[in-house]
Design a protein around this ligand. Structure first.
Ligand SMILES: *Cc1c(COP(=O)(O)O)cnc(C)c1O
Length: 464
């Protein structure tokens, strides 16, 4: 063995101890770390012939780059929909690399990881109050989960027109409908050859991002001779609006369509008895997207794709990894290789398994409740402020607001606020108007963080 590797293996404990101490330095001080770093210089160095070993690279990384890591898992990173990482999730993630399983088959693979992945899905469905009607698997993020659900939808639509899309390629004979689809849904349609322009937009009532169900039915009637895929939003990123899933499901009896629900973060509203109604009927979906690296506070990259078990055959037609016809009942001979886009896969379920086991129903209910309370408190400040106003009601855990006057100064305000490094928010467009979003998903966020953010905002306004 190369001496370098021999050394590494003989020094595993000191190496991992150093990693532990670097981790503690970051995690224990995260509330004070900057949420924005202006200096983004990367020292370019060529690949050396002689490596410096893991302790050496840790030292170089810590010297040059550790200080440039932003506190995105910290309590005041309110941009996008950014979750943190709980201790149990970090433990599971670290161990995923240690065990380094290639998670594939629940039968005859000689390792338990795929069985444990299915078990993790079962626990997650219990948390989200979903029945055991779905095949589930981990993918890198909600974008890939939307891609996966819509890929099987495309296969379904193809079959309705007598076409095996996975073998014969895409035909133009399907219709996708959506009210306010997430950008990743539109991107997925592009990747799937359906075309990102080919979405029939359902009207949304003024001030809402949810479909007008009457308009939806009109469009179903208009397109009833073609296979229809419906993308339903369960939690839009700007105003956390929910399509009326119950009403949409009711129409499924009359006009058969494929129902995909993008519940990337909104699905976690089901943890909470008070918000559960927002997802009423979602157990009837054909496919569902859930992100674990947002409201579940599992590190990137972690999301789940749920597909109805009765679509197992379609799912395998979509993702089969061989040209041989599938033998036997796929639900009894389950291999992720034939059910999801990736072939080799990391044991991505482990951080979620650790989290679900560590925190249970009460833990996640608390996280959701805490985020909603934080959003409400911040929303109350915006409403009473002399400088700002809400741009949409605070429906759940996102606050969308703008300057009351001098709106052309919003980009400058946001840039200055972010550059101070104490709180991070992102810009958006809501009904064509510029807005600022603060999204609450991190379990660490408290009232103190809201007060810090308010102080920062007032200070920026004072000198704007
Ligand atoms: C974040 C998000 C996505 C995309 O998820 P990634 O994890 O970033 O790939 C899709 N849909 C919704 C509603 C989201 O909030």
């Amino acid at each position: 063995m190369l001496e370098l590797f021999e050394n590494e293996l003989n020094n595993l404990k000191p190496i991992l101890d150093q990693v532990t101490s670097a981790s503690l330095d970051f995690l224990e001080n995260i509330a004070e770390k900057a949420t924005y770093i202006s200096d983004q210089t990367v020292t370019a160095a060529d690949l050396s012939d002689v490596g410096i070993g893991a302790p050496g690279s840790l030292e170089v990384f810590r010297k040059y780059y550790e200080k440039l890591m932003v506190a995105s898992p910290g309590p005041r990173y309110w941009g996008f929909v950014t979750g943190g990482a709980t201790p149990a999730a970090i433990a599971g993630d670290w161990l995923t690399a240690v065990y380094d399983q290639n998670t594939q088959s629940t039968q005859g693979a000689g390792d338990v990881s795929a069985i444990l992945e299915k078990e993790t899905i079962r626990l997650l469905c219990q948390l989200l109050r979903l029945p055991e009607d779905f095949n589930g698997g981990f993918v890198t993020g909600a974008t890939m989960s939307n891609f996966t659900g819509l890929a099987v939808a495309r296969q379904w639509a193809g079959e309705r027109s007598g076409r095996d899309v996975s073998r014969e390629g895409v035909s133009g004979d399907l219709v996708v409908m959506a009210g306010t689809p997430h950008s990743s849904v539109v991107k997925s349609l592009g990747m799937l050859g359906i075309g990102s322009n080919n979405v029939v937009r359902i009207q949304v009532p003024a001030g809402r991002e949810a479909m007008d169900v009457a308009d939806f039915e009109r469009k179903l009637i208009e397109h009833q001779h073609r296979p229809v895929i419906v993308n339903c939003s369960a939690g839009t990123v700007n105003t956390v609006d929910f399509d009326d899933i119950k009403a949409i499901v009711a129409l499924k009896q009359k006009y058969p369509f494929w129902l995909h629900i993008d519940a990337a973060f909104g699905g976690f509203a089901a943890c909470q008895p008070a918000q559960q109604h927002l997802l009423a009927g979602w157990e009837q979906a054909d496919s569902i997207t859930i992100d674990c690296h947002k409201w579940m506070n599992v590190p990137y990259d972690s999301a789940v794709s749920l597909l109805r078990k009765e679509h197992s055959r379609l799912q395998v037609s979509t993702f089969q990894n061989s040209n041989a016809p599938y033998l036997g009942d796929p639900s009894e001979n389950f291999s992720y290789l034939n059910f999801l886009p990736e072939n080799s896969r990391r044991f991505r379920a482990l951080p979620a398994w650790f989290s679900l086991t560590a925190y249970g129903r009460n833990g996640f209910e608390w996280i959701v409740q805490n985020s909603i309370a934080c959003a409400q408190a911040f929303g109350t400040y915006i409403q009473s402020s002399e400088h700002f106003e809400l741009q949409a009601p605070v429906r759940l855990n996102v606050v969308c607001f703008r300057l009351k006057s001098g709106r052309e100064r919003m980009p400058v305000f946001l840039d200055r606020l972010n550059r101070r490094g104490k709180v991070f928010m992102t810009p958006t467009l809501l009904s064509g108007e510029a807005a600022i979003r603060a999204a609450f998903v991190n379990y660490r966020t408290t009232e103190v963080d809201i007060l810090i953010a308010i102080r920062e905002m007032e200070e920026v306004m004072r000198i704007l």
